[in-house]
Design a protein around this ligand. Structure first.
Ligand code: SMG
Ligand code: MG
Length: 366
């Protein structure tokens, strides 16, 4: 399949409310979209890098730069998604940029072949449970209101963002108000160190599904030590950038659960490899989120339908973040999102909305 050219399109999407984590507050999502054009079909990819290098080293201007200077020029003239991965391998890092390019090529290929991404990846379900990630709030009452609203909408798992000073109290308050049966987990985004182990052990009594990325990204060994000192299962997010990292984490005992984000690991193909590896080792996985628009969300929902995704993901409805999504909105039905069945990712950006939110476009001829 010959690629004629690729469009880099930057869009700015206002969030319905600020989203605060241990590393910062987002009020607007600055997204890079890729549109791969071939004679037979077009494909879309969403780059999940944030505006600044705070979640990880990548950031959206950096992703656009490496794509135009190195990654896109390295594409073979006629590429399938596997060939994209091979062609990009010499370039270190920049997994979110690589993932977006591979996703756009894969989408174009699948649309041309009239196959859905879900069926290509090996999906086993036609809907996936919806979880929601709840940011750090200014007060406990504000948090309880937010959680109440999400439970009313039908979310079947709640994740609370935590940081030192906002951990035991919010978890205790949510448990007291909503009871012990609400599936509840926390995400620290690497805000603690191993010296906090006694404090983190105080979360044990709350029956959490897991604690996500308590320690620094590169602290695999210390996560293994922490795992022996707390009973809450440890889930890694930022630490896992490849199937090799996942294998290392599993053999070290650094985690018993992995959050799979296709952007963080370099694409949907690597995400599937991690899924397969974890499944073979009996390690549960779930699909993470990076505040995706409908484009990235559609692809994540397809991935989350694979059989090893046994925990609810950060697969929320569009309106969790966006009053108006780029595509037809994802909506909860009985606490679930429906897996798209159309060719490729199965959704298209709505042209008028896309134009409204676009801040720049750039065309690269191949
Ligand atoms: O898409 O619902 C979503 C975001 C879920 O909490 C979420 N993502 O560490 O898992 C994580 C964070 C990373 C993005 S924070 C700006
Ligand atoms: Mg996380």
């Amino acid at each position: 399949m010959k690629i004629t050219g690729i469009e880099l399109r930057r869009i700015a999407m206002p969030l319905v409310a600020p989203f605060r984590t241990s590393f910062g507050t987002e009020t607007r999502r600055d997204v890079l979209l890729l549109r791969v054009v071939t004679p037979d079909a077009e494909g879309w990819g969403e780059c999940v890098a944030m505006s600044g290098p705070l979640y990880s080293a990548e950031y959206v201007d950096g992703a656009a730069d490496v794509l135009r200077r190195f990654l896109i020029p390295a594409l073979p003239p006629s590429a399938d998604a596997y060939a994209v991965g091979r062609a990009l391998r010499p370039f270190k890092g920049h997994r979110m940029a690589k993932a977006a390019l591979e996703a756009a090529v894969l989408d174009a290929r699948l649309r041309a072949a009239d196959q859905s991404l879900a069926s290509f990846l090996g999906a086993a379900a036609d809907r996936v449970p919806a979880g929601v990630s709840v940011g750090i709030m200014n007060s406990i009452p504000e948090l309880l209101d937010a959680v109440a609203g999400y439970l009313e909408e039908g979310y079947i798992r709640i994740k609370l963002k935590i940081e030192p000073g906002w951990d035991l109290e919010p978890v205790r308050a949510v448990r007291e108000r909503f009871g012990p049966d609400v599936p509840l987990q926390v995400d620290a985004n690497a805000a603690y160190t191993l010296t906090d182990a006694p404090h983190l052990a105080r979360l044990d009594e709350f029956g959490l599904l897991l604690i996500e990325q308590p320690l620094a990204d590169d602290d695999m060994v210390q996560h293994a030590r922490l795992a022996r000192r707390i009973t809450t299962p440890i889930c890694l997010d930022e630490s896992i950038e490849s199937a090799e990292h996942a294998a290392a984490a599993i053999s070290l005992g650094a985690c018993s659960v992995i959050n799979i984000k296709p952007g963080r690991v370099g694409g949907y193909l690597e995400a599937r490899r991690i899924h397969d590896l974890c499944r073979a080792h009996g390690v549960a996985v779930w699909c993470g989120g990076m505040l995706e628009t409908g484009i990235g969300r559609a692809a994540n929902v397809a991935l989350a339908a694979l059989p090893g995704f046994t925990l609810p993901g950060d697969t929320s409805g569009s309106r969790r973040y966006y009053a108006t999504d780029l595509t037809a909105p994802f909506e909860l039905r009985d606490g679930h999102l429906t897996v798209p069945t159309g060719p490729g990712i199965g959704v298209d950006p709505l042209p008028e909305i896309l134009d409204e939110v676009t801040t720049s476009t750039e065309w690269i001829t191949l």
